[in-house]
Design a protein around this ligand. Sequence first.
Ligand code: SAM
Ligand code: SF4
Ligand code: FES
Length: 353
Amino acid sequence: MGASAEALAEKLIADGRLEREEYAPLIDGRTPGIGELLRREAVRLRNEVYGARVFIRGLIEISSSCRNDCLYCGLRRSNKNCERYRLSAEEIIACADEGYGLGFRTFVLQGGEDPALTDGFVCGAVAEIKRRHPDCAVTLSLGERSRESFERLRAAGADRYLLRHETADAAHYARLHPPEMSFDNRLRCLKDLREIGFAVGAGMMVGSPYQTPECLASDLAFIGDFRPEMCGIGPFIPHRDTPFAGFPAGSAELTCFLLSVIRVICPTVLLPATTALGTIHPRGRELGIEHGANVVMPNLSPIAVRKKYELYDNKICTGEESAQCLECLGDRISSAGCEIVVDRGDPVKPFCG
Ligand code: SAM
Ligand code: SF4
Ligand code: FES
């Protein structure tokens, strides 16, 4: 018989990693006591590396058009009920300017894989944001692109790139995506991004259809090997107009447990308490922070488009002004024992030895 889940949690805390085959029994055998042990260690490590500080990233959702057909996502091209929009360069820059005034020092330009988001267009927007706000970081989250495209975006001044790996199990990947997409190309993109000099964000949904503890074990082993600078994990939430409409949402409890595990594996990782977690639980983002997260990504998109960027049902914060949301979030973060800071929140390099 293998080690107990409690022994595995202790081993994880002592060694900062487990063997791939040890993660599934840890997940399967978790108890509230084991969760609490890992949560405390995650908070201790976060505070040791970054302090009890939470970094804010201003999310600008620049296009709801997408050429892809990921089965889980409300923006997928087959969803004829999704209203498509694309912000102009001027609108993107106005969002960043407003965010700067509110204290944001990182802007995340995110969108579907919209062919109109050419290298020229994105590079122009990035360069202009960096020109107006040289003390800010720009993060891109625009899906898979060629290496040459990533190189141009980096040369224009983009600092970071978020591209969740979604699942590190190739067979599971194939069940979540159409046949023309592949885990191999995701990996190729992640490796290119790293080689080009981006700070790279990976991550996965928790509770996505057909996900097993073994899939999550592959995710944790992948995160331990690749050591992304950022790691976005949030619950899967069904969208009514997708093939996964009838699947249940992932749980806040398992998402929080995994946040703690990931913090223990990668103490220096920048770990968001996601909007999806805030959507499935009224205190979701606070719980995320209490489990070792240290980033939140409030929405800076114009209110007129927010409801159109609907990845999943009932997404929160689509009707509030950016300033309103930030104030609300500040109170929430305080209730979780941390404070929001005006800071780029760059990744700390992992400790050696
Ligand atoms: N198109 C880019 C991409 O796919 O990387 C960026 C935008 S995409 C909407 C950002 C993330 O949203 C995806 O990586 C995915 O994990 C998440 N997402 C999409 N549909 C979701 C759903 N139904 N529930 C939770 N998260 C979802
Ligand atoms: Fe497009 Fe990203 Fe949604 Fe996939 S997850 S359909 S690539 S927006
Ligand atoms: Fe957006 Fe509370 S954080 S309204």
